[in-house]
Ligand binder design. Structure first.
Ligand SMILES: [Zn+2]
Length: 157
């Protein structure tokens, strides 16, 4: 089960060379977590027997950049609010320019945002947390590298 951004450059099934019937995919701008996404993850794992939840961020994410720039626009505002904790988390450690035009900072926020989503899954879904603790599922994070086409997994979550 992959929770990914909706970015057209990250077609999840293609990224993982998988066909019909292989992956559950939930896509939402900025791969954030909300109640319906949690319900979808719980369905995939508890009902359908999925063994791995992967939160997949990606390079050059427009949602991440917009959150850094504090964009306010319609319903996008509420969506971007969910990325703000990652902007703060990355910003507290980052030494350079904390802007959307700084690729290094955008990358740090992207990583932090994947971690925030994983934290949110554990905190807000007792079902998935319990499954993880019992060793029935893994909850992992990764970032899709657009230059190489590789999915870079985080090691220490
Ligand atoms: Zn994106």
């Amino acid at each position: 089960m992959v929770l990914s951004c909706l970015d057209s450059r990250v077609p999840v099934e293609d990224v993982f060379h998988s066909g019909i019937g292989n992956l559950f995919v939930a896509r939402v701008a900025g791969n954030i977590v909300n109640d319906d996404i949690l319900g979808s993850l719980e369905y995939a794992c508890k009902v359908s027997g999925t063994k791995v939840v992967l939160v997949l961020g990606h390079e050059y994410c427009g949602a991440i950049k917009s959150a850094i720039s504090n964009v306010k626009l319609g319903n996008i505002t509420t969506l971007l609010d969910k990325i703000q904790p990652a902007v703060k988390m990355a910003g507290s450690k980052f030494k350079g320019e904390k802007t959307a035009s700084n690729e290094a900072f955008v990358g740090e926020v992207c990583d932090a945002n994947v971690m925030v989503s994983i934290e949110q899954i554990r905190k807000r879904s007792p079902i998935l947390k319990e499954m993880e603790q019992k060793g029935e599922i893994l909850i992992v994070g990764a970032v899709y590298n657009m230059k190489t086409g590789k999915v870079e997994f985080f090691n220490d979550l």
